[in-house]
Write a protein that binds this ligand. Structure first.
Ligand code: NAD
Length: 258
């Protein structure tokens, strides 16, 4: 353990969706570093195996479960496996998501493209909370963080489904936060700006101009790192944020306040 490193989650169990890559992987590593046993949920089994190996090298405990968050059955099975492996659930980071494959004006979107994004990015988070909350209640409380986006607080031209899903997540988080505040589950949502992950690499495309265009929109002159989101997620799940409920925390280097 590094000097002065806090271990705020010893004896706790964290469920992380989208744990095979990017922000989810960084958060899984951060929870493990703080002492949590971590459930790595994702559709990518090679990806979760790699995250598990990274955590094992640092002495942490994980279990990897294949889980498509848009399937109620797979989400329920993943949470059953959480209890089988570790016996409890204390915190959850509902982070799995997909970006649109193209940008196009709203009327040019097909309904099935809309459904694909909404099913994963919005319904998937609802399904995760539906099956997580009863388990967290059994522990007498805990915390949940969902992943929205800068697209949750501003409109993105050409991206109606992603913008709607990410705005919807803030509403979903606030409603659920009110439902469970008195029962000691705190539910919050993070809104990352441009974060340097595989998703961002797909979004900016191959040529360096794509990356430069994104960076030019950032007042700090750089993208964020997955660790910068993970730090906030761990804080929102820790006692340090015990009076923070239903909050949409924008972490974007100032991009959306311009
Ligand atoms: P990423 O593509 O690197 O990781 C996303 C992970 O989600 C992948 O491992 C993928 O396999 C998994 N996933 C996709 N569909 C799934 C499904 N149906 N069920 C389970 N897992 C699934 O992306 P990232 O940048 O780490 O994004 C994580 C979250 O952050 C997403 O919700 C994304 O919308 C959000 N976000 C990212 C950025 C950014 O700039 N990178 C900005 C704002 C919000």
């Amino acid at each position: 353990m590094e000097p002065n490193q806090q271990r705020r989650f010893v004896g706790k169990v964290a469920f992380v969706s989208g744990a095979a890559s990017g922000i989810g992987r960084a958060a899984a590593i951060a929870f493990a570093r703080e002492g949590a046993s971590v459930v790595l949920a994702d559709i990518s089994e090679p990806g979760t195996a790699e995250t598990a190996q990274m955590i094992a090298q640092r002495g942490g405990r994980t279990v990897a479960v294949r889980c498509d968050v848009s399937s109620a059955e797979e989400v329920k099975t993943a949470l059953d496996k959480t209890i089988e492996a570790f016996g409890r659930l204390d915190v959850a980071f509902n982070n799995a998501g997909v970006e649109p494959k193209k940008l196009a004006p709203t009327a040019e979107w097909e309904a099935d493209e809309w459904d694909h994004i909404l099913n994963i990015d919005l319904r998937g988070v609802f399904l995760c909370m539906k099956y997580e909350i009863p388990l967290i209640l059994k522990q007498g409380g805990g915390a949940i963080v969902n992943t929205s986006s800068g697209a949750g607080v501003i409109g993105i031209k050409g991206s109606p489904a992603y913008t709607a899903a990410k705005h919807g997540l803030i509403g979903l988080t606030r409603a659920a936060a009110l439902d469970y505040a008195a029962q000691n589950i705190r539910i919050n949502v993070v809104c990352p700006g441009y974060i340097d992950t595989p998703m961002m690499a797909r979004y900016t495309g191959g040529p360096p101009e794509g990356r430069a265009r994104v960076i030019s929109e950032e007042p700090v002159g750089r993208m964020g790192t997955p660790d910068e989101i993970a730090d906030a997620v761990v804080w929102l799940c820790s006692d340090a944020s015990r009076f923070v409920i239903g909050h949409a925390m924008v972490i974007d280097g100032g991009q959306t306040i311009q």
